[in-house]
Ligand binder design. Structure first.
Ligand SMILES: NC(=O)c1ccc[n+]([C@@H]2O[C@H](COP(=O)([O-])OP(=O)(O)OC[C@H]3O[C@@H](n4cnc5c(N)ncnc54)[C@H](OP(=O)(O)O)[C@@H]3O)[C@@H](O)[C@H]2O)c1
Length: 348
């Protein structure tokens, strides 16, 4: 009986695989081992895509082990080596792909993000490197680039009568320079360089600009933003004090947005992707209520003074995306941190 159920489920799995593989094409995801890219790959495999993921070291089980556990990975995932800093490194990965999701980037909070050159160089040159490979691909239909709300929200509010920022807004380069926000500057320059390159070379490029991404991590290794949340839940105030007012979005909404803009032929240009914007004190107020067992600080200072901006996400919502709420995103994040043993069930 058991073996019949097993054969039946294998048959069902085989039929499912045949069904999905005949309906979706091949896409490339750069930086496949990362927090957001891993979740996107999970969603793409569920949708039936064949995914070529690029990583710096495909043999590093600690970094890529979680990807091989995803349903459909054995049949439709391939991991190949590529580095943003090596010219032509992405040629092979994108060659047979109709879609490319360029996600890899030096990220906020890594040790070298304090260094302007180390952050800007790989972000800008790496993006152009990937796009030059895309240009050579004969099957390419669309590239989706992950930018960031950091490329929009770093503005001097005292000089802005309108505080509802949308895709027409860019972060102020002089302000990023003054505050030494190299990550934000890198996202501005990389996105602008990509849009220019795409225009000059007739590449269909759409960009997605997520705010702070919250939610479960597939990898046991936490990315910077997930470690920031872990720190806050454990009473660490440093990082969120320096963040001030910020937008937040569920990781699943970010992944679904990438697929939505890829699959919607009319999608054009930039798409802000954010569910809610909160002052850091509003954030800790919500979190202390939602998770009274954690030693979350009750107040945080804000080095930028009073901020009031909002992010207008009507363009993405116009394509049909409905954002998950703040409680759900933090609940899913906390459950994942607990399940992976990063966070104690009841620390107080
Ligand atoms: N997390 C957020 O809140 C957030 C918000 C807005 C936008 N974003 C954007 O989303 C993207 C992914 O971020 P994430 O949060 O998922 O961070 P992550 O987990 O640290 O992922 C970053 C990825 O970039 C790869 N990478 C870095 N330098 C590279 C290089 N020289 N060559 C090849 N790959 C390189 C990393 O590879 P290794 O694993 O080998 O280091 C990693 O896979 C980034 O573009 C980021 O700017 C993130």
């Amino acid at each position: 009986m058991r073996s019949w159920i097993c054969i039946k489920s294998q048959l069902h799995h085989f039929q499912f695989e045949r069904m999905v593989s005949s309906t979706k094409g091949k896409v490339c995801v750069t930086g496949a081992s990362g927090f957001l890219a891993s979740w996107l790959i999970k969603r793409l495999l569920e949708c039936g895509y064949h995914v070529i993921g690029t990583v710096r070291d495909p043999g590093n089980r600690k970094k890529v082990g979680h990807l091989w556990k995803l349903p459909g990975a054995n049949e439709r995932l391939q991991l190949v080596r590529a580095d943003l800093l090596e010219e032509g490194s992405f040629d092979d990965a994108v060659m047979a792909c109709e879609g490319v999701f360029h996600i890899a980037s030096p990220v906020l909070g890594k040790s070298d993000s304090n260094c302007k050159e180390a952050t800007l160089g790989p972000a800008i040159n790496g993006t152009l490197n990937v796009l030059r490979s895309c240009k050579k691909s004969p099957f390419l239909k669309r590239v989706v680039l992950t930018s960031s709300s950091s490329a929009v929200r770093i503005r001097d509010e005292t000089q802005q009568p309108e505080l509802l920022w949308d895709e027409t807004t860019w972060s102020s380069v002089p302000l990023c320079e003054k505050l030494q926000l190299w990550y934000a500057l890198a996202k501005v320059f990389a996105e602008k360089a990509a849009l220019d390159f795409a225009k000059e070379n007739n590449i269909d490029l759409v960009t997605v600009l997520p705010s702070f991404v919250i939610g479960p991590s597939l990898s046991h290794e936490l990315c910077t933003t997930a470690s920031d949340i872990l720190g806050l839940l454990q009473g660490d105030t440093d990082r969120f004090t320096s963040y001030g007012r910020m937008g937040y979005v569920h990781i699943d909404d970010v992944a679904r947005s990438h697929i939505l803009v890829y699959e919607t032929p009319e999608a054009r240009g930039r798409y802000l992707c954010s569910s809610v914007v909160l002052d850091n004190n509003e954030l800790v107020g919500l979190l202390t209520k939602q998770f009274p067992v954690f030693p979350i600080p009750r107040r945080l200072s804000n080095p930028y003074g009073k901020q009031a901006y909002q992010l207008n996400t009507s363009k993405l919502q116009g394509l049909g995306l409905k954002f998950k709420g703040v409680q759900e995103m933090f609940n899913d994040c906390v459950e994942s941190l607990k399940a992976q043993g990063h966070l104690l069930e009841c620390p107080l």
